[in-house]
Design a protein. Structure first.
Length: 227
């Protein structure tokens, strides 16, 4: 089943009198259960492409669908609902809310979606156990290590069972040991839960965790990663 499908997607930004084309006709597909790494030098359009795939922006041209829904045709409200209900996001900086405990941070997407406190705490506790934070439920982010904060952020990103996880440099702010633990967690979620993952990284070692690697240069996808 196709989770993410791009057909000749372009993204242009108007800069003064001239337009800057950050993504120049990208075609790619992610199926359910794929784990794909996106690599490329700074300024290659990687972040723009990730934003498009995460429904944080609309293409200027071309077709981009998530589970068959055409992103470019959605209203702002429906685009927000798509991100909240079907997508998960993990960033280099953990973006945990400092006034919420670990269990509250993890459960936040469910609470915003209208789930009960009981249901939210149950699933958040189960996920905290899976990511090795069952003993940290009532701690606050400032009481956690960097690796623990990222694991909490990953649990938060998947608690609502998204169709696609967008991970932007998820190990970029971690030491090698914590980075490897985060990658192992992503591999486990992909392998055991069938989570579909699109991960941007500058690191060959990080990219090696994925099942397929895509390379970008100058706004173009230069390697589909398929043999």
């Amino acid at each position: 089943m196709s989770i993410l499908n791009l057909d000749n997607v372009r993204k242009k930004y108007q800069g003064g009198e001239s337009a800057v084309e950050a993504v120049k006709g990208v075609t790619m597909r992610l199926d359910a259960g794929d784990f794909v790494a996106l690599m490329g030098p700074s300024g290659c359009g990687k972040s723009t492409l990730l934003h498009l795939c995460g429904a944080m922006d609309r293409p200027s041209e071309g077709s981009l669908t998530i589970e068959g829904t055409e992103v470019g045709r959605l209203s702002d409200d429906r685009l927000t609902a798509l991100r909240r209900e079907r997508l998960g996001f993990v960033f280099q900086f953990f973006n945990l809310l400092p006034t919420l405990t670990v269990v509250e941070n993890i459960g936040l997407p469910m609470m915003l979606g209208g789930a009960s406190v009981t249901e939210t705490e149950k699933r958040a506790g189960e996920l905290a156990d899976r990511v090795g934070l069952g003993h940290r439920l009532r701690h606050y982010p400032q009481q956690l290590s960097g690796g623990e904060m990222q694991r909490a952020a990953i649990a938060r990103a998947v608690i609502h069972r998204p169709a696609l996880l967008i991970a932007d440099e998820p190990t970029g702010n971690l030491d090698s040991a914590n980075g490897e633990r985060v990658l192992e967690l992503l591999r486990e979620l992909n392998r055991v839960l069938g989570l579909t993952i699109l991960m941007a990284t500058h690191s060959n070692e990080t990219a090696a965790a994925a099942g397929r690697v895509l390379h970008m240069r100058d706004g173009l996808l230069i390697d589909s990663g398929r043999q």
